[in-house]
Design a protein around this ligand. Structure first.
Ligand SMILES: *Cc1c(COP(=O)(O)O)cnc(C)c1O
Length: 423
């Protein structure tokens, strides 16, 4: 099936007489006929539900839709995008290990890896996503366990050369994890280009309506963990907390997601609420329609801003003037995302003044939903960073992040025009 059809038809498949719409399994627990049956579930001898902290049917139907959209082998939902990136890395890393991280990742991810996970004993080397293959190779150590980067960086809008990063990761026997939040599986499937694991903040375009915080992890099933048992003992040796199960032997292509569910969800508990998964599923149904509109509106807004005399610079990977235009055409021929960034001739002060004048575009911490919104990362999301860190993250102090919504383009342009006229 095509993605438009998957978005509407996949996941929940009602049988005769069952509800047409995905039911919300608003239940913490599940009933069994015999004690022995329940015991088999706990031993992972049988698949089935027993407690919603580990798995819930509503969540699993939505995860399976996202899995199909990404072309993966197995997937799970998490309570947030932060939890998705945390689990994705922590599932294969422990104290003493090392991660290679793209410098332009989302501020929350940067903080998670370089501050919080560092306290857990996991070291990290930050690399420029535009590094040459030789430079990238230097970042790896014998204890490196994964590489993490974003398809389109939030908010730097740097487009990742996924093939280059996949080659570097694989040359060092580790998987490439790609956060595909901004591109969505509608515009890019990182697995096609060699990524091994994909993460999402479903809070953004997938939900698309600013209603629910959520995340997802999808495994391609392509990375051969069993080929490197010394590097990935958690997947390749018996798990004593599960009666000696060896995930790669017992679960094959589902090993990574099964471990993340049965260990990390069990112990850390960042489950998505089934009600949120239900709302996410409604958002997914219209994702292809919305992405098309987000992309055409964003391109029109970027082209308008580029010509405006008060605008100093515009960064949007689908603009011909963008240094990432060629990469975006290669990896995202249908379009990139609805987020653009720009700076004004008047710098940081002018940015604040213009934002205060916008009427349709609201100042919110959010991006990537149906409503046009705007943010000044240096004063908001990236506030904790100094100017040098901002530069490394690809966030200029005067950068305005405009998340172009799906309203009529004439109204969006009129709002930009009146705000620019007022400064
Ligand atoms: C927002 C975002 C996250 C964090 O997701 P939450 O759902 O807010 O926890 C991670 N990665 C990217 C690219 C994001 O835009």
């Amino acid at each position: 099936m095509k993605k438009e059809t998957i978005c509407v038809q996949s996941g929940w498949q009602p049988k005769n007489g069952e509800p047409r719409i995905l039911p919300i399994y608003q239940s913490t627990t599940y009933k069994y006929e015999t004690s022995e049956q329940m015991g088999r579930l706990f031993d992972l001898e049988e698949s089935g539900y027993f407690y919603t902290r580990l798995q819930n049917p509503t969540n699993d139907y939505v995860a399976s839709k996202i899995c199909e959209l990404e072309g993966g082998a197995a997937a799970m939902l998490t309570s947030s995008g932060q939890a998705a990136n945390y689990y994705a890395v922590f599932n294969i890393c422990e104290a003493g290990d090392h991660v290679v991280l793209s410098s332009t990742v989302y501020g929350g991810t940067f903080n998670l890896i370089t501050v919080t996970m560092k306290k857990m004993g996991i070291a990290c080397t930050v690399v420029d996503p535009d590094s040459s293959e030789e430079e990238l190779a230097k970042a790896f150590r014998p204890n490196t366990k994964c590489v993490l980067a974003e398809t389109i960086a939030n908010p730097a809008l740097v487009v990742l050369d996924i093939e280059k990063f996949a080659r570097a990761a694989h040359a060092h026997q580790v998987p490439l994890i790609v956060d595909n939040t901004f591109a969505t599986p509608i515009n890019c499937n990182p697995f096609v280009w060699g990524a091994d694991i994909v993460t999402h903040s479903t809070t953004k375009y997938m939900d698309g309506h600013g209603m629910t915080v959520g995340g997802a992890i999808v495994d391609s099933g392509n990375f051969d963990w069993a080929a490197y048992p010394d590097k990935f003992p958690g997947l390749c040796t018996p798990d004593e907390s599960y009666h000696g199960v060896t995930y790669t032997e017992k679960f094959g292509k589902a090993a990574y997601i099964t471990k993340a569910t049965s260990q990390l969800m069990r112990d850390l508990g960042s489950i998505q609420a089934p009600m949120n998964a239900f709302l996410l599923n409604v958002g997914l149904e219209t994702l292809p329609l919305r992405m098309e509109r987000h992309c055409s509106n964003a391109l029109a807004a970027a082209e308008y801003l580029e010509k405006h005399p008060k605008v100093a610079w515009v960064n949007y990977p689908s603009l011909k003037s963008s240094p990432y235009y060629e990469l975006s055409r290669k990896y995202m021929p249908k379009g990139t995302c609805g987020v653009i960034s720009f700076g004004l001739q008047g710098g940081r002060e002018a940015a604040a003044a213009m934002m205060d004048k916008l009427r349709l575009a609201a100042i919110v911490t959010h991006v990537a939903d149906a409503r046009t919104c705007v943010l000044h990362p240096a004063s908001h999301t990236h506030r904790q960073m100094n100017d040098a860190q901002l530069k490394e993250a690809g966030v200029a102090p005067d950068l305005i992040r405009l998340s172009v919504g799906i309203e009529h383009i004439d109204d969006i342009l009129a709002d930009l025009e009146q705000a620019l006229a007022g400064i």
